[in-house]
Design a protein around this ligand. Structure first.
Ligand code: GDP
Length: 423
């Protein structure tokens, strides 16, 4: 099994890369998160954002798996499937996707809870997508939730009704104004009926048997290393394990079976919402990169914060994931800048450090930048690494030396064909 992961704060362009390399695999399996992901993919000049569906969905013959580590929102999922069908009616979604029986269900009250927690001053504002993902994982950990496989249990409706009523009444007792209970419940059960068009499987058995039978699996990560629940910039993180270890636990595959680990990073940094961001650019250049790079959340439309490439954070992400190959995206967005910067260290309380993990709660941290000559050539149509401008080659060589892994792919634009295999 190979793995593709984001190394920053998400939105690195994982979807495009997975869509591209998935042709070499038999199975693409998502292992974490849910409809809080937003993998934008361009196909035939049109763009679609996948939320819960794996990015191998466009290719006939690939089995896409919604793994055990994911949380499935039937209402959102139904909408996503219908959108995909209208995007490209040739995609046989019900055939191309199977769902783990052990994946947890996102109930509509969890979305209401998410909104309440994000908007109520008694809670930390995390900057979630308000899709109910955090409360679902919390209820999973509390062992209060229902799973995909429970949908066929005779008491499924009664169990769901009980949870909906409990959480709904709790929110009412907090003085919340909520949508009508009956409508919410009806919409959910309608969507559950739709979800039953899909095959629910014992995904651990399926995936391990597939590996034994010589099939190739690509594990697709959502969000990214710096948003990992344990190792990210807590509390402004996601609620699942985003790392390569999460691919093993979320899919039930032994670490011994892992081959390549592709880490995707932009040539600069972005982050949505609150939280430490040492390399943030506050002047108009940040705004320029934001509009050039269309750095607005694909799920929420929120403007992303912009920063220079953060090498200590990247080294940390490479280390905790065991990344073997780097995929660098969006270098085209920096084309034309006279100089570009990379953060090599941090400065905090007058001391230099490379250790981002010790600084997670310290918003006084400053980045120490190394400036490099920018590249003026438009790289978006280049197809060969030998045609790349010398300044960009210097930038890539510097990264390879610092990170001690190769930049294997250079993405030069949003299109499928805009990628250069470097090694
Ligand atoms: P993901 O969640 O990691 O898949 O990333 P998003 O889909 O949120 O954001 C990546 C966006 O950048 C998408 O709109 C991609 O089409 C686009 N993209 C990916 N790679 C490149 C690249 O190299 N250059 C440019 N300009 N856009 C890219």
């Amino acid at each position: 099994m190979d793995i593709v992961l984001g190394l920053q704060w998400g939105d690195e362009g994982k979807g495009k890369f997975i869509d591209l390399i998935s042709e070499d695999y038999d199975i693409v399996a998502r292992f974490n998160g849910g409809a809080n992901a937003g993998h934008s993919i361009e196909r035939k000049g049109k763009r679609i954002t996948l939320k819960s569906l794996p990015s191998g969905i466009f290719i006939e013959g690939i089995q896409n798996v919604i793994g055990t580590g994911m949380v499935v929102d039937p209402v959102n999922f139904k909408q996503e499937v219908l959108n995909l069908k209208s995007f490209d009616e040739s995609i046989q979604v019900e055939e191309y996707v199977v769902i783990s029986q052990k994946a947890h269900l996102v109930l509509p009250v969890y979305k209401l809870m998410d909104i309440f927690m994000e908007e109520n001053p008694f809670y930390t504002t995390v900057g979630t997508t308000k899709n109910g993902i955090g409360p679902t994982y919390a209820n999973k950990a509390l062992r209060q939730n229902v799973r995909v496989g429970d949908m066929y249990a005779s008491d499924f409706k009664a169990r769901v009704h009980h949870i909906l009523e409990r959480e709904y009444n709790l929110l009412i007792s907090y003085g919340q104004t909520l949508p009508p209970f009956e409508t919410m419940e009806e919409e959910f059960f309608d969507a559950v009926d739709f979800l039953k068009r899909f095959k629910f499987i014992d995904s651990e058995m399926f995936l391990n048997n597939s590996l034994s039978g010589g099939k190739k699996i690509l594990a697709e990560g959502a969000q990214a290393a710096m948003l990992d629940i344990d190792h990210g910039t807590y509390p402004h993180v996601t609620s699942s394990t985003t790392l390569s270890a999460g691919a093993c636990s979320g899919l039930g595959i032994s670490p011994k079976k892992v081959g390549e680990i592709y880490g995707v990073t932009k040539a600069y940094c972005t982050r949505v919402g609150n939280g430490i961001f040492p390399t943030e650019i506050f002047d108009e250049l940040g705004g320029e990169i934001r509009s050039r790079g269309n750095e607005f959340g694909s799920n929420t439309g929120r403007p992303r914060r912009i920063g220079w490439l953060d090498l200590p954070a990247l080294k940390y992400a490479v280390m905790i994931n065991g990344v073997t190959q780097l995929v660098l995206t969006k270098a085209d967005i920096l084309s034309g800048l006279r100089s570009v910067a990379v953060c090599t260290h941090y400065e905090s309380d007058g001391k230099k450090t490379e250790m981002i993990s010790g600084l997670f709660s310290n918003d006084q941290v400053r980045s120490v930048l190394k400036w490099m000559k920018g590249w003026s050539t438009d790289i978006s149509d280049l197809k060969e690494s030998s045609h790349l401008p010398a300044e960009l080659i210097d930038f890539l060589t510097f990264l390879e030396k610092e990170l001690a892994i190769p930049v294997s792919y250079l993405s030069t634009g949003p299109g499928r064909e805009q990628i250069i295999k470097m090694h």
